[in-house]
Design a protein around this ligand. Structure first.
Ligand code: IPD
Ligand code: CA
Length: 263
């Protein structure tokens, strides 16, 4: 069943990515509304894309539940719930920075079984089925993902991101100030979903962020997990309080440093 869920996620994800790309005007995209703070923006295209994804999935699987970042949720009666971010990296999308993604996960009884992420601007695809691995695809070329052995901490390239809420940001900045002198460098791409996929492919060595929501990391977290990355939170599972991810060979050391820095 997980293969079928992934196939549907990919079919709908590709249609949604085409819709996002073709709906984007040249220049800067207009902001329709704000959410948790004045800098937490949403566009009409975020809403329309979530509507498209929800209707495509539920017309094929009408009993399933649906949770989306833009809040058009549906309570289902089947064990399957779809967890969707129509555009992860909305600020990049608004500014035209080519780093934003459609993210679709299918959870069965609360456990993510299939995940699909597509970078709208580049077309690069990422996908995973629990227990069956993860892959990256560009054009016709599909490559199975195996996260490489990480470097020592001092040479780690660490992905992170910030909340839109100023008070939380101030704390994140303080933690980052502790972390930065102890690692190679940090990257803040503006899409947590793409960060976790890139970690799976060895383009980052670790990832840490507070305040992420399930739709930010559900699909990409499985892509990372299936590539051999350990994705964790404060008490095991990642949640809004904390998402940390790194290769298990060195995750204990990496995670201890993140916590010691105040993450
Ligand atoms: C955001 C991105 C960003 C992360 C933020 C998220 P959005 O999602 O994933 O990288 O740092 O915490 O809210 O708002 O672009 O869908
Ligand atoms: Ca998001």
């Amino acid at each position: 069943m997980s293969d079928e869920l992934l196939a549907l996620a990919r079919e709908v994800g590709l249609e949604a990515a085409d819709f996002v790309a073709s709906s984007r005007p040249d220049g800067r995209v207009g902001v329709a509304d704000t959410k948790s703070s004045p800098t937490d923006v949403v566009t009409e295209i975020d809403h329309a894309t979530e509507d498209l994804i929800r209707s495509r999935i539920l017309e094929r699987r009408p009993d399933d539940g649906f949770v989306g970042e833009e809040g058009h949720d549906v309570q289902g009666t089947s064990p399957v719930e779809w967890v969707v971010d129509p555009i992860d990296g909305t600020v990049n999308f608004v500014y035209g920075i080519p780093c934003y993604a459609v993210s679709i996960a299918a959870a069965v009884d609360g456990v993510v079984e299939a995940g699909y992420v597509v970078n709208v601007a580049s077309g690069e695809e990422w996908a995973a089925v629990r227990g069956a691995g993860s892959w990256r695809q560009v054009g016709e070329r599909r490559v199975r993902l195996t996260a490489p052995e990480p470097p020592v901490l001092a040479h780690a390239l660490v992905g992170t991101g910030f909340s839109y809420v100023p008070e939380i940001r101030a704390k994140q900045a303080a933690a980052l100030a502790q972390l930065l002198p102890q690692v190679r460098d940090i990257r803040r791409t503006g899409s947590a979903a793409l960060d976790l996929c890139e970690l799976a492919a060895g383009r980052l060595d670790a990832f840490v962020e507070q305040g992420l929501m399930p739709w930010d990391h559900a699909a990409a977290g499985l892509v990372a997990t299936e590539a051999g990355i350990l994705v964790a939170g404060l008490d095991g599972e990642p949640d809004e309080r904390l998402v940390m991810a790194a290769h298990p060979a060195i995750s204990e050391e990496y995670f201890a440093l993140f916590r010691a820095c105040g993450f």
